[in-house]
Design a protein around this ligand. Sequence first.
Ligand code: AMP
Length: 256
Amino acid sequence: MPTMGALHDGHLSLVRTARSACDLVVCSIFVNPTQFNNADDLKNYPVTIENDIQLLIKEQCDVLYLPEKDDMYPADEAIESYALGYLEETLEGSFRPGHFQGVCQAVDRLLQRTTPDILYLGRKDYQQCLVIKKLLELTKRDDVTVSPQETRREPSGLAMSSRNLRLSAAELDKAPLLHHALQQVKTRFTFAKKDELIADAWQQLEQAGFRVEYLELANAQTLKPATDESEPSVLLVAAWLGNIRLIDNLELSRVW
Ligand code: AMP
């Protein structure tokens, strides 16, 4: 499983699942500069490597791959781009230009260097899972299977995230509302009322002090706006609390 470190139980649940299914478990930690479109976010990204190592040992992870920037991006190696199409234009892609190209540059290299059979990813980063599936298609890696895993949450409902470490106490109190707002839409969901429900949830978040970037119902596979009642769909949200940008999602029906 590729990670950027500051490991929490969300990451460790991937390690546990891999541990129960695989002979050899490899975790990578690399804070990939090419996927940050905001210099401050990169500068402030939490680094807790000693603690991460202890956690990985405890979970019986076999190998930690901890590359330096030059190992991942040697000066003489060209940086490629990937034809991700709509998947990188919408939602996260539209607010974080270049982000998914950066993700693919890192994951492509991690795949070359670690040659896994199964890639364990978190559904918390729903769009990223789809992008990485597309990367496997584009690079013709039929021998690698993506295994998307459940989002791990705090008891409050807040999705675990390394960025939660940077929330103030007051922000931590508010942050679970992101998940609750999605749940409310799902509980009251009818396709005819979707715009109204989404507008309500958006307003509720803004009133609580979030700055919402997107809150959308999208096709669960293409991420195009959901236009038909019968298509599998997913609610996706990104919002700022103070200086911290949080994302979450809730599948209305599961397709993979
Ligand atoms: P990151 O370190 O944020 O790049 O995440 C590394 C991997 O862990 C990605 O596949 C994430 O989707 C996954 N992950 C992050 N947070 C969670 C969570 N709360 N539950 C499950 N998986 C997660």
